[in-house]
Ligand binder design. Structure first.
Ligand SMILES: C[S@@+](CC[C@H](N)C(=O)[O-])C[C@H]1O[C@@H](n2cnc3c(N)ncnc32)[C@H](O)[C@@H]1O
Length: 242
């Protein structure tokens, strides 16, 4: 299921006014398949474009490795938060680490790319994508066993984000997107669900804040997992007791 920006009320209901402005000024909602390239993630051809790339074409193998090491078995239903074109989620599916996949992003162009990947790989019975500000437009009935995400990593915009059009991908104003995500996440989790979030030290060290958000949401913090020291990226892994 997908919704148009108008259907979702995205522009009117977005709690982050700057998100609406960025979306309106820099994004052109389109379903035009010709605008996308493809990149292969775990054997699946994933539709994308450079302006949707938030690092996923380089980080997905590390997510796969981390899920194999710390989750192990195939889960039934995975969700990718801030999915962009869904590089990581599709890679999980292609690697056989989940049976079903849900993707969501606030950017309608990213959602159109996901739709194209679903169609071109015949995955309509296994993958659902939502145009959603955080989890606001995801039905209550969605329940997940594994959540992965690579959210925006800067709490405020730097000149380069604005000049190069990276703001939507890079900036989480005062960590409001993170806060809202953890505030609304757990009703969507099945007992025993794992939550694996990639964070960055490039914009500072916010370990305590993020781990606090996770534990306050009721997740048991398994351990901080360093995977990509050369990129100053790491993952936080939480477990939901239910
Ligand atoms: C760092 S990029 C990651 C994209 C992709 N997962 C990847 O690995 O390349 C962050 C993503 O978060 C999305 N995003 C930003 N604000 C959001 C919000 N409020 N709700 C949902 N997605 C959001 C952006 O559109 C962007 O696709």
């Amino acid at each position: 299921m997908t919704r148009s920006p108008q259907d979702s009320g995205l522009t009117g209901r977005c709690c982050l006014c700057s998100r609406s402005r960025i979306l309106q000024s820099t994004m052109t909602p389109t379903d035009d398949s010709n605008t996308f390239d493809t990149v292969t993630c775990s054997g699946l051809a994933v539709s994308h474009s450079p302006d949707l790339d938030g690092g996923g074409p380089r980080t997905w193998p590390h997510f796969i490795q981390t899920v194999r090491r710390h989750v192990g078995e195939q889960v039934n239903h995975a969700f990718e938060w801030c999915a962009g074109p869904g590089y990581i989620g599709f890679a999980l599916l292609g690697a056989g680490l989940c049976n079903k996949l849900t993707l969501a992003d606030i950017n309608p162009v990213a959602v159109a790319a996901c739709r194209r990947t679903i169609e071109q790989n015949g995955l309509a019975d296994r993958v659902t994508v939502y145009l959603s500000n955080n989890l606001a437009d995801i039905p209550d009935s969605e329940r997940w066993d594994l959540v992965i995400g690579d959210p925006p990593h800067f709490r405020e915009a730097l000149p380069r984000h604005i000049e190069r059009g990276f703001e939507l991908r890079s900036v989480d104003p005062d960590w409001s997107i993170h806060r809202e995500f953890f505030r609304t996440l757990t009703p969507h989790l099945n007992p025993g669900a794992r939550v694996l979030i990639s964070e960055s030290r490039v914009a500072g060290n916010y370990d305590d804040l993020f781990t606090h958000m996770m534990t306050e949401a009721g997740l048991e913090l398994v351990e901080p997992i360093w995977e990509l020291p050369e990129m100053r990226r790491y993952c936080l892994l939480g477990k939901w007791g239910g």
